[in-house]
Design a protein around this ligand. Sequence first.
Ligand SMILES: Nc1ncnc2c1ncn2[C@@H]1O[C@H](COP(=O)(O)OP(=O)(O)OP(=O)(O)O)[C@@H](O)[C@H]1O
Ligand SMILES: [Mg+2]
Length: 209
Amino acid sequence: MSRRRGRFLVLEGLDGAGTTTQSRLLAERLRREGRRVHLTAEPSGGPVGALIRQVLRGRVAGGGGEGFDPSALALLFAADRLDHHAAEIAPRLAEGADVISDRYTLSSLAYQSLTTGDPAWVERLNARAPAPDLTLFLRVRPAVAGRRRFAESGSRELYEVPAFQRRVARAYQRSLALLRRRGERVALVDGEGPVEAVAEAVHAAAIGA
Ligand SMILES: Nc1ncnc2c1ncn2[C@@H]1O[C@H](COP(=O)(O)OP(=O)(O)OP(=O)(O)O)[C@@H](O)[C@H]1O
Ligand SMILES: [Mg+2]
């Protein structure tokens, strides 16, 4: 059995961009091609991830997520990320599996930079999170992502307000530029086409990693 380290791939984008859909499709396709693949997501399935989900669903500190301090939430996301990497991602990579994560550091650089108003602090909090081999960013205009989310469900969790999503889109652009300045690999994929076309582009970018 191969002990070569697997590749760590991350899917990113606005809420409704299709990161969950495309993470699954990429995992299925790489498995069909004979690779071992571990599919995961953030917030993670670990203890800090469970806490974050409670906050986002508004079950903590008074409802709606808005009652929870945004800086405390940024700390939870950063803590979850380190635990997620150490407990789940790194061991699978070491076994030789590819790991695909639906969201990772770039999500905090975008969302938590906005909600805390302190991008430099969020960058510092996440400085110990190991870089992925490739971050795939699904480019979808906020209006398109919003329509998809609305079609899927009438409910609105924290982060799903359209005006906020326009600010998130700009924050993602700034954060992508930051990853590039650090020398991290980033691939921009047009996420507005049909699911199959996006999947094809994601796969092409991923196998180039
Ligand atoms: N390329 C596409 N074209 C049209 N609809 C799509 C496409 N990709 C995904 N969808 C649909 O858009 C909705 C959101 O997709 P998905 O859950 O994959 O997005 P997401 O980025 O994971 O969203 P969230 O941030 O809310 O988790 C789903 O109903 C999905 O079926
Ligand atoms: Mg999703």
